[in-house]
Write a protein that binds this ligand. Structure first.
Ligand code: QUE
Length: 346
C-alpha cells in the first residue's frame, strides 16, 4: 500500500490530523487533500468527535502550500481537466474547513504558505509559535493567491493598529511575516511558545481545548509589520498597480525610502501578469462571499496556469531552483488590460 502523507486518530473525542510529508514541507498533494477531506467528513458526522486538531510532524513547516509541481506537469501535458480538478479539490477542502460545524484548531509551528493557510486560517483557532512564518507567495511563481485568500486578505485590518491595505500588501508582494505579525493582522489567534506546543497538544487531546488554550497561551511577541502599517496604507491603500509603483518611487510621500526601495525591487521581481491579476482579485474579493471568492479563484487559477509565467515560475522556484524566472511579458507596464480581463472571464 502506498504510504499516506497524513496520520489520523481520535483521542478523547478530538480528531487529529497530522501532516506527514516533511521532505516536501508538507506541501499538499492530491492524496493529502483527498485523505484530509475524507477524515473531516467522517468526523463531521461522528457524534463521538467534538473537535478537530491539525498539526505537523515537521520541525520546519506546518504546510508549504498546495504542491504545484504536479499541476505544472499537467499544464505541460495540456491536461487542463487535471489542473482544474487539482485546484478544485483543494478549494473544496478549504471550504469544508471554513464551514466546519465543530471547533477546528491548527497548530502552526513553522512555515505556512499558500495552501497551508487554506487549511488553517478558515478554522476558528490558529495557534502560532515563535517559529511560525506566513506568506502568500504565489506572485513569485506566476500564479495568484488562492485558497480563499481573496476573501480573508481584504478583511485583515490590523487588530491593535488599523490597516486596511495590509491584505493587499501581503497578496501582491508575497511578503513573509512572523508570529507577532500574524497575530497583529488576525491570521493567527493565539500564541504559545514552541517548547510548550507539545504539552498544549497533549492537553487538547485530554479533551478540553478551551482550558488547554487558557493554560498555555502567553502574550504575543511584538509585530514588526505593525510598524509598517502607515507606509503600507499609503502605498497599497488605494488605486491600481501603477499608482502603487508610483508611490514606491516618489520622493514626496513620507514613506520610509529604504522600505520603499526594497518593496519596489521585490515587486519588480514578481510575475507582472500575476501582480496585476492579484490586485484585481483582491478588489473583487473584498465584495464577495467566500464561496464566490473560491469559485472566482478557481477560474483565474485554471486560466493563469495556461499563461507562460506559471510553468516558468514553478520551474524557477521549485524545479530548477535557479530563482531566475524569465517572465512574459517581462514588465508590469507591458500588460494589456484585456489579458487581465480575460483571466476573469470578462
Ligand atoms: C510560491 C508557492 C509555493 C512555493 C513557493 C512559492 C507553493 C508550494 C511550494 C512548495 C515548497 C516546498 C516543496 C513543495 C512545494 O513552494 O505553492 O513541493 O517541497 O507548494 O514561491 O505558491
Amino acid at each position: 500500500m502506498k504510504k499516506s502523507f497524513i496520520r489520523t486518530r481520535v483521542v478523547n473525542g478530538v480528531g487529529e490530523i497530522q501532516l506527514d510529508r516533511p521532505e516536501a514541507l508538507n506541501a499538499l498533494d492530491p492524496s493529502m487533500i483527498r485523505d484530509m477531506h475524507a477524515a473531516l467528513l467522517q468526523w463531521r458526522d461522528d457524534q463521538a468527535v467534538s473537535a478537530v486538531l491539525v498539526t505537523s510532524c515537521s520541525e520546519r513547516a506546518f504546510c508549504a502550500g498546495g504542491d504545484v509541481k504536479p499541476a505544472r506537469d499537467a499544464v505541460l501535458a495540456g491536461d487542463f481537466d487535471a489542473v482544474r480538478e487539482f485546484f478544485a479539490a483543494e478549494y473544496r477542502l478549504d471550504e469544508l474547513v471554513a464551514t466546519y460545524p465543530k471547533p477546528y484548531l491548527a497548530v502552526l509551528d513553522g512555515v505556512t504558505m499558500g495552501g497551508g493557510l487554506g487549511i488553517s486560517v478558515h478554522g476558528g483557532v490558529r495557534v502560532v509559535t515563535e517559529k511560525a512564518s506566513f506568506a502568500m507567495p504565489e506572485t513569485a511563481i506566476g500564479f495568484i493567491p488562492d485558497v480563499g485568500s481573496s476573501h480573508f486578505l481584504p478583511r485583515l485590518r490590523g487588530t491593535a493598529v488599523r490597516c486596511d491595505a495590509v491584505g493587499m500588501y501581503l497578496a501582491v508582494t508575497g511578503a513573509r511575516i512572523g508570529a507577532g505579525d500574524a497575530l497583529a493582522v488576525g491570521l493567527a489567534t493565539h500564541f504559545v511558545p514552541r517548547e510548550l506546543v507539545g504539552d498544549l497538544a497533549d492537553r487538547i487531546r485530554a479533551g478540553d481545548w478551551q482550558e488547554a488554550l487558557d493554560e498555555f497561551v502567553v502574550p504575543a511577541p511584538e509585530s514588526e509589520l505593525e510598524q509598517r502599517f502607515a507606509d503600507i496604507e499609503k502605498v497599497f491603500g488605494a488605486g491600481n498597480v501603477d499608482d502603487m509603483l508610483g508611490r514606491l518611487t516618489a520622493t514626496d510621500t513620507g514613506v520610509d525610502p529604504e522600505w520603499a526601495e526594497r518593496t519596489h525591487s521585490a515587486l519588480r521581481a514578481l510575475s507582472p501578469t500575476s501582480v496585476r491579476a492579484t490586485v484585481e482579485l483582491m478588489r473583487r474579493g473584498a465584495e464577495s462571499t467566500l464561496e464566490e471568492c473560491l469559485a472566482r479563484e478557481l477560474e483565474v487559477a485554471v486560466r493563469i496556469s495556461a499563461a507562460p509565467d506559471f510553468v516558468e515560475g514553478v520551474r524557477a522556484v521549485l524545479v530548477d531552483k535557479d530563482r531566475a524566472p524569465r517572465w512574459s511579458p517581462s514588465q508590469i507596464e507591458e500588460i494589456d488590460p484585456a489579458t487581465i480581463a480575460a483571466l476573469f472571464g470578462d
